[in-house]
Write a protein that binds this ligand. Sequence first.
Ligand code: PPE
Length: 314
Amino acid sequence: MAMTKTDKIWMNGEFVAWDDAKIHVLSHVVHYGSSVFEGIRAYNTKKGPAIFRLGEHIERFINSAKIYRMQSKFTAEQIERACLDVVAVNKLTDCYLRPLIYRGYSHVGVNPIGTPVETMIAAFPWGKYLGEEAITKGVAVKIGTWARMAPNTLPAMAKAGGNYLNSQLLKLEAVEDKYEEAIALDTQGYVSEGSGENVFIVIKGELITPPVSSSILAGITRSSVMRIAKDLGYTVREAVIPREMLYIADEFFFTGTAVEVTPVTSVDRIPVGNGERGPVTKAIQDAFFGIVTGELPDRYGWLSHVPTGAAVRG
Ligand code: PPE
């Protein structure tokens, strides 16, 4: 499962060789989880690589940092520019971008005040999140025994490194029990999200997804799918979902940058519908993959094309 290295990583405004992109072991982030991050995909299109919803990702990135009172030295525009550059410099086409703002090295102690706020962006190839067959065949999930963060504990709307300790507990449990993924309930017992994915169910042709008040990350793929589904003529609702609704849904799918749109075909070994990818999920996938790859018109202005050749800096 080793990752594919690329040439350069952007660190605080400079391109650094992949193997030299290091930090000190006493950095605040290593000890206290003080980081916020993004996951963004670029897809190869006929006009070269294009980054999907770059502006929205960087907006959420800056907002996550704001919640933790972290101020990057770089503006949203500079970070967007650096994302385009990091794809171009590494001559990537289909790839995943990982921007991170983190508290660096100055002192040990919880108090983060005075730590340097660092910014980095890496880009590298990343295939299908839950396996090559997941997109068509679907995945088996269980309800995790760990709940998502309670409101007023860790803010779920911030895409913070620390939140992923909860995600790791869920994922470890899923793998241990031979499932592809675990779904977390919120502390009230309602459906929240997967370890790294938002959830949608389809009941009688209507799409339902949990609201932000169910301790979810406000996913950008989630909002894209809501928009696509409405334009395809489906009703889409944000509603609190009781666990048992997952067992009786006609269809169930995940959304996320890494997972894209992936069908869920069983929950706690109970088949969803007939246990295969359903027609609504397929219709959403066709529209989603068509848009991200530029096969369908970019009717929402979601693609940022990566300038190549002379425009590339660094
Ligand atoms: N919820 C969680 C907890 C989450 O981590 C993600 C993305 C989503 C929902 C979907 O959000 P969006 O990507 O904006 O549609 N998870 C990222 C990290 C996955 C990882 O393993 O790392 C991702 O998909 O990039």
